[in-house]
Design a protein around this ligand. Structure first.
Ligand SMILES: Cc1cc2nc3c(=O)[nH]c(=O)nc-3n(C[C@H](O)[C@H](O)[C@H](O)COP(=O)(O)OP(=O)(O)OC[C@H]3O[C@@H](n4cnc5c(N)ncnc54)[C@H](O)[C@@H]3O)c2cc1C
Length: 302
């Protein structure tokens, strides 16, 4: 991660900066990357994307809850989302952060809630992907994921190419099947935990993607907007017997997304919704520091 990206994540993490952005003009900027604040907004966005040939993963925004009531509320919001997928016949699954379900606060509650989502998703004919958060919770996330996946088998997990531990984690989670999302990683991590240069992260991504694509017992989900990474994977796709997909974020490289689908590639769009958009937005800004201009333009009222 570049120094500028790190700086953006640190500054946007300060309480007073968050308070100004969320109270004043941040919402307008966020809506470039977020489908809206309600489940109805998310359903409408999913319908539109499905009609254009994309599948969807719905993310009800939120992370690091501080009370069990909030954790239970997050589980119920996800259950409502899965019910909407079923009732509206959407071609979508859900993505969830375990810290939103209470991981770190009450791990048994988080595991029980993930189980409830796995059961509901199975009933709706869909799946649940567990997002990967900062490295302090990687081990715990994998432990809780394994606990539920071992029993229900309709979960998937995100792994981050930038973490030094990921090659071992990948071997471990591939043993449980499911879908595995490979992304580069979006958090500010120290050098002893994560690779630091772009070149090293890209090389790790290519290596891990090749391992995933060679495994016929899992469904690889290659989550990147990086053309070179995608071209390499696309080049190996014909050797795969099982399914795989590309994944990209709502509001990022829309034209490129459409081109991939037009070329016949399966592409799932990650669609966040809800009012807790601030931490998600800061990661999107940090990934591409030129996005800071969206903030600046919103501030100037343009
Ligand atoms: C579907 C999906 C799920 C993800 N889930 C997780 C997760 O669970 N945990 C996690 O840590 N990270 C997650 N990420 C984020 C990921 O780790 C990266 O931070 C992010 O995707 C940027 O990396 P990149 O592979 O697109 O490559 P980059 O080299 O960062 O970007 C390649 C090109 O894509 C464009 N681009 C990338 N990001 C942006 C942006 N924000 N705004 C505008 N243009 C952009 C730019 O043109 C850039 O040059 C996810 C990403 C995707 C696509």
């Amino acid at each position: 991660m570049s120094l500028l990206s790190r700086l953006i994540l640190r500054v946007t993490g300060w309480g007073w900066v968050r308070s100004i952005f969320t109270r004043r003009f941040g919402r307008r900027v966020a809506m470039r990357f977020v489908a809206g604040e309600t489940l109805d907004d998310a359903v409408a966005a999913t319908r539109a994307l499905n009609a254009q040939g994309f599948t969807v993963s719905l993310d009800h925004l939120g992370e690091h809850v501080t009370t069990t009531d909030e954790a239970i509320g997050a589980r119920d919001d996800y259950l409502a989302c899965i019910e909407a997928i079923r009732a509206e016949h959407l071609d979508a699954n859900v993505s969830v952060k375990l810290s939103q379900l209470g991981m770190g606060l009450d791990d048994d509650l988080a595991a029980a809630s993930l189980e409830a989502l796995a059961v509901a998703a199975a009933g709706a004919g869909t799946t649940v992907t567990v997002d990967m958060e900062e490295s302090a919770v990687t081990g715990l996330t994998i432990d809780l994921y394994e606990r539920v996946q071992r029993r229900y088998r309709n979960l998937g997990l995100a792994l981050q190419a930038y973490l030094r531990r990921t090659p071992a984690d990948l071997e471990r989670v591939m043993a449980l099947g499911g879908h595995i999302r490979l992304c580069k990683g979006a958090y500010d991590e120290p050098g002893d935990v994560a690779l630091e240069s772009k070149a090293e992260v890209n090389e790790a991504f290519d290596r891990l993607a090749a391992v995933l694509m060679a495994n016929q017992d899992v469904k690889p989900a290659i989550a990147s907007h990086d053309e070179e990474r995608i071209d390499r994977v696309a080049g190996t796709a014909s050797a795969r017997r099982g399914p795989f997909e590309f994944q990209m974020l709502y509001g990022v490289r829309g034209k490129f997304q459409a081109e991939l689908v037009a070329a016949g590639h399966p592409l799932r769009v990650y669609v966040p919704y809800g009012d807790s958009w601030y931490p998600y937005l800061t990661r999107r800004i940090a990934e591409r520091p030129s996005n800071v201009w969206f903030f600046a333009r919103a501030l100037l009222g343009r």
